[in-house]
Design a protein around this ligand. Structure first.
Ligand code: KIV
Length: 274
């Protein structure tokens, strides 16, 4: 097997807990291929997530639902080859862990065995989901939870919207986060959650919270790489900060390439072998 052994990785699930204890912010980011994984690892990301956002930003689907376990494993293997330091977490896609605990263990186990990832992430905080987390942790599979807006439930949540605003919503989110922690999750993503709710969940947990659209009070942040690089340039939610405008840069560069090829300016003599 070509994957790196766990012993050569420098960050572990316990490193994240220690970072929370030391009040050091955790920087997480998604990646889906070898080259970007190498770049984000070299740039110092603490956690690299092969998110099921793969479905949208790489495979062109309009939700995360169609992506398969084989798709996730294929991309996670490429990402693993690019990472030296960061903790690699892989999303379990829709219907690979909800049907039964046995299926969840088999599918999450495949992810760890075939990709060399350190952990899986799954969505939801129901009592059944907490029991699934407990079952996975019991067989040695570390789990990151995901609460608030959970994209695999986009059809029952009525679209991509902020969660926990309704009467009792904050208390429900807190109870779900506590249940995931008690079941053994090592961290939890809070997506599209009001800032004060995310802050009180963060204060109540010993495990770190990783926010996306959840304000400043989380222990860390995660963004989809293609969104923060401005590659996915039609996507402009309020929480997103763009650190580059790579869609525009790519169009300009490729447009210039097309122009120079058509004009006979490229290749020039210096690009030509004697
Ligand atoms: O799939 C994904 O990229 C995610 C992050 C947005 C947290 O789950």
């Amino acid at each position: 097997m070509s994957v790196q052994s766990a012993g050569t990785r420098s960050l572990t699930t316990t490193s994240l807990r220690e970072m929370k204890r030391r009040e050091e912010k955790i920087a997480a980011i998604t990646a889906y291929d070898y080259l970007f994984a190498r770049l984000v690892d070299e740039a110092g990301a603490d956690v690299v997530l092969v998110g099921d956002s793969l479905a949208q930003v790489v495979l062109g689907y309009d939700s995360t639902l169609p992506v398969t376990l084989d798709d996730m494993i294929h991309h996670a293997c490429a990402v693993r080859r690019g990472i030296k330091r960061a903790l690699l977490v892989v999303d379990l896609p829709f219907l690979t862990y909800q049907v039964s605990r046995e299926e969840a263990i088999r599918n999450a186990g495949r992810v760890l065995k075939e990709t060399g990832a350190a952990a899986v992430k799954l969505e939801g905080g129901s009592d059944e989901m907490a029991e699934t987390v407990r079952a996975l942790v019991r067989v040695g599979i570390p789990v990151m939870g995901h609460l608030g807006f959970t994209p695999q439930s986009v059809n029952t949540m009525g679209g991509s919207r902020v969660q926990g605003r309704e009467q009792g919503g904050g208390e429900r989110l807190l109870a779900e986060a506590k249940a995931l922690e008690e079941a053994g999750a090592f961290s939890v993503v809070l997506e599209l959650v009001p800032g004060p709710v995310a802050e009180s969940v963060t204060a109540a947990l010993e495990i770190p919270t990783i926010g996306i659209g959840a304000g400043v009070g989380c222990d860390g942040q995660v963004l989809v790489l293609h969104d923060m690089l401005g590659l996915n340039d039609g996507f402009r939610p309020r929480f997103l900060r763009r650190y580059a405008e790579m869609a525009a840069t790519t169009r300009e560069a490729v447009g210039e390439y097309v122009r120079t090829v058509r004009a006979g300016e490229y290749p020039a003599p210096e690009h030509t072998f004697e």
